[in-house]
Write a protein that binds this ligand. Sequence first.
Ligand code: ATP
Length: 229
Amino acid sequence: MSLLHLSEVSAFYGPSQALFRVDLDVAEGEVVALMGRNGMGKTTTVKTICRMLPAAGGDLRFAGQDLRKLPSHRAARLGLGLVPEGRRCFPNLTVAENLAAAARPGPWDAAAVARLFPVLADRRDQMAASLSGGEQQMLAIGRALMTNPRLLLLDEATEGLAPLVRAEIWEAVAALKRDTGLAILVIDKSLRELSRIADRAVILQRGETVWTGAMPDLSPHITDRYLGV
Ligand code: ATP
């Protein structure tokens, strides 16, 4: 059974329909890449999963529960760990306070986050606003892990970062997959990095799932058709 299951999900921003028919599954321990050109509905799909935007239609289930019936704070407690686009943290709280504010019971605590991102231990008493972009991204991932999620949702976690920092973040995501078997839904622009880490891909076009398959089956024909510029 899938941990996360979406079928024929639709969603609107006011009168404007952004999702028409999204089909997406993530199994326990699986890393799924959610792909598509700009504006095709990836972030909207993540917002709908996390109940920040209501699903207008379709089936949306997480760990066997009907997410459409739950308010967003309850959905988060079910184990959805979102790292939102734009790496939002509390700028005027320290690193330690940011992590503590997100904490929920489970194996992920500040010490475990510091093992994954040692720089956060060095910066623990610094205000989040004073961190570099890469450090803020690590903190955003750390905060999501502190909720002890069953599914981590990474929306453009490496956007705008320097190559070395990006590599460090991809290495951490690979370590999560390898060492913890955490299920991950990942959105990113780098096909090369996604090919390395993801088991499967789901491609959206204009709010609709147009391709789903194993990562090795993502042929140049498919990428040209749906991801090419
Ligand atoms: P990107 O890679 O650019 O972030 P995306 O695939 O995540 O793209 P979305 O941000 O989900 O795409 O956008 C899907 C559609 O919904 C687009 O047509 C976009 O213009 C529209 N949209 C996104 N956010 C809003 C909003 N707050 N209000 C109205 N329309 C929106």
